[in-house]
Design a protein around this ligand. Structure first.
Ligand code: ADP
Ligand code: F6P
Length: 320
């Protein structure tokens, strides 16, 4: 009987459970015996591998986190640990693996393919939207909606007190969470790692906006965009006002997936199983202009994510 395993790795993202559900059920529908791996690559090394059935994934499509748990497993970067991982798959005759995670998890999957011939389908599960080969990753939309919820709440109190408010968001080296949430939330300034901003210009724009009649300002600050304490200092110097800072942290990774992420998870997961059914290889599954695509994993990892300059420009012009 054909066999397939599934794992979640790296930072969790809303929609990982929706992926697990779709992979398990569609693969069983296609005649596969399906296995779940606990805690990403740690579970492969430690042999935490178990069979899954349609009822193993009941009542999870709406839940955040991942029922398989996830982990960061630096040991997997060492060849001898990957040998253990491959042996644990091979002793069960499992030659197909669905990896749900970000670029680090994909790099691990590529190693398993190149070194041991395991067929890989990578599903982009990360809130960061930092993979260049796909328009969207699974979890990004949900995380941005969580950030938007927080921005709406902060705006109430920021407006009431006529303050300058800085909201710090996740995204590692990618500014998409800040960019999309900042535009959708009508924020005055968005700071992203890809487009360096002069903090003095930001402070001057706060000052100018006061002259134009704005009594409060919301600034979204991506985690890779520098040191927010420096920005606070400059804003104090230039405007005489002391900004408040709210760091949203891991709250952004939790909560149930949005409709967009659930549908994306279902479409990409079905495509992943179909690609593995089609033959040998290592693939990254993605979405481009609403079409589900697959790209050789090695190529996908080389494609650099580009920031959307048009959206960034809009955040500036619309904050007049
Ligand atoms: P993400 O997948 O969200 O980018 P990480 O970068 O933390 O998260 O990677 C997740 C896991 O993938 C790592 O803990 C490690 O087990 C594995 N991994 C990352 N980079 C490599 C690599 N270059 N080679 C092998 N495995 C890797
Ligand atoms: O990759 C997802 C992410 O949440 C990033 O946005 C953030 O930089 C990182 O993971 C935080 O990792 P940890 O959960 O280990 O603090």
């Amino acid at each position: 009987m054909k066999k397939i395993a599934v794992l979640t790795s790296g930072g969790d993202a809303p929609g990982m459970n929706a992926c697990i559900r779709a992979v398990v059920r569609y693969a069983i529908y296609c005649g596969y015996k399906v296995y779940g791996v606990e805690r990403g690559y740690s579970g492969l090394i430690n042999d935490d591998i178990f069979q899954m059935y349609p009822r193993s994934v009941s009542d999870i499509v709406q839940k955040g986190g991942t029922i398989l748990h996830t982990a960061r497993c630096p040991e997997f970067k060492e060849y001898e640990n990957r040998v253990k991982a491959a042996e644990n798959l091979q002793k069960r005759d499992i030659d197909n693996l669905v990896v749900i995670g970000g670029d680090g998890s994909f790099a691990g999957g590529l190693d398993l393919h190149k070194e041991f011939g395991i067929n890989i389908a990578g599903l982009p599960g990360t809130i960061d939207n930092d993979l260049g080969y796909t328009d969207f990753t699974i979890g990004f939309d949900s995380a941005v909606n969580t950030v938007l919820w927080a921005i709406n709440h902060l705006r109430d109190t920021t407006t009431a007190h006529e303050r300058v408010s800085i909201v710090k968001v996740m995204g590692r080296n990618c500014g998409d969470i800040a960019l999309y949430a900042g535009l959708a939330g009508g924020c005055e300034y968005v700071l992203v790692p890809e487009i360096p901003a002069d903090f003095r210009d930001v402070a001057e724009s706060v000052k100018l906006s006061t002259k134009r009649g704005k009594t409060s300002n919301m600034i979204v600050f991506a985690e890779g965009a520098g040191d927010e304490t420096e920005l606070i200092k400059v804003i104090k110097e230039v405007t005489g006002r002391t900004p408040t800072v709210t760091t949203l942290g891991h709250i952004q990774r939790g909560g149930g997936p949005s409709m967009f992420d659930r549908v994306l998870a279902a479409r990409m997961s079905v495509h992943a199983v179909d690609i593995l059914r089609g033959g040998e290889g290592a693939w990254a599954i993605g979405v481009k202009q609403d079409n589900i695509i697959h790209v050789p994993l090695e190529e996908a990892l080389k494609i650099k994510k580009q920031v959307n300059h048009e959206l960034y420009k809009m955040t500036r012009t619309l904050s007049l």
